[in-house]
Design a protein around this ligand. Structure first.
Ligand code: GLU
Length: 289
């Protein structure tokens, strides 16, 4: 799997769940891919709790995640990182992006965005539905008022076109999907800082993948589109470029990807039902590809 790696690369992977629900089989596969890739190369396997969304996080889930991993026989290196302790680093990165002129404040509500999309003849489409139609882009002239970053009245969005103009063409390497050319339009002008928490998924991930010196970002292939935005952000912020490995998803009997609503498939429920860790891991065969 690592045949195209240069010798001497220290492999560092991470498992990055959100403590907002039980881990299920999909998480077990994500953890196993990250764990086995690192351990197979004598590298490091890290754990990161993606807990920026404090409205959804529950304290009990941190412990449950760690207990589930231990039960599966996976030990992580060093203390687990909590993103909630890293808000200052995300704010610094956002400042940098603001200085580059590639973010803009957005005051649109979800409802306003839906209405605008519905009124458009050809709303821009992403892999999972309509994209932000760019309503606030250019409105603030790139010079928002001081204090806007955390005053709770605005989100901050990436101006993906402007960003791509600065970076030029980019690619990233995925060990299953090959070399991918970054498409800055794929997810459009994503939110980089939510109005309520001052940061958001893509920004926190790239800042922390660099901070934790992750060499290989492994995760389910539903997040392949996210790598396009994240590669763009890495280039803008001058962060190192990891190798990616987006693995197949675990699907339910109807072929749908597992989600937190599938509580019956949670690792804890399967364990309580008498399944052993070896049996559970054997169910994840799809990850071998
Ligand atoms: N926190 C994300 C999840 O639980 C994973 C993010 C990532 O691996 O980049 O799906």
């Amino acid at each position: 799997m690592l045949s195209n790696e240069s010798p001497g690369v220290t492999v560092r992977t991470r498992f990055a769940p959100s403590p907002t629900g039980q881990l299920h089989l999909g998480h077990a596969l994500a953890a196993r891919v990250a764990h086995d890739l690192a351990r197979g190369q004598g590298g490091a396997f890290l754990l990161r709790h993606e807990d920026i969304d404090t409205t959804r996080v529950r304290e009990a889930y941190y412990e449950q995640i760690e207990a589930d991993l231990c039960w599966l026989g996976m030990r992580w290196d060093g203390p687990a990182l909590r993103q909630s302790s890293r808000l200052a680093a995300y704010a610094t990165a956002l400042d940098r992006l603001q200085a580059l002129g590639v973010i803009y404040p957005c005051a649109c509500t979800r409802r306003e965005i839906q209405d605008e999309v519905a009124a458009m003849v050809a709303a821009p489409q992403g892999p999972e539905g309509p994209l932000y139609p760019g309503t606030c882009r250019g409105r603030a002239d790139g010079t928002p008022l001081p204090g806007m970053i955390a005053d709770g009245s605005h989100a901050w969005r990436l101006d993906s076109r402007k960003a791509a103009d600065i970076t030029g063409k980019l690619t990233f390497t995925d060990l299953r999907h090959g070399t991918q050319e970054v498409n800055p339009d794929l997810l459009g002008d994503v939110v980089l800082a939510r109005r309520d928490i001052g940061t958001a998924y893509h920004l926190a991930v790239v800042v922390d993948d660099a901070y934790q010196e992750i060499s290989h970002v492994t995760r389910g292939e539903d997040l392949l589109p996210a790598a396009h935005v994240q590669r763009l952000l890495q280039a803008l912020l001058g962060l190192p470029e990891p190798v990616y490995l987006h693995h197949p998803l675990v699907l339910d009997a109807q072929g749908r990807r597992l989600a937190k609503r599938h509580d019956a498939q949670s690792i804890a429920a399967l364990r309580q039902a008498g399944m052993s860790a070896a049996e559970l891991l054997a169910r994840l065969g799809a990850g071998d590809s």
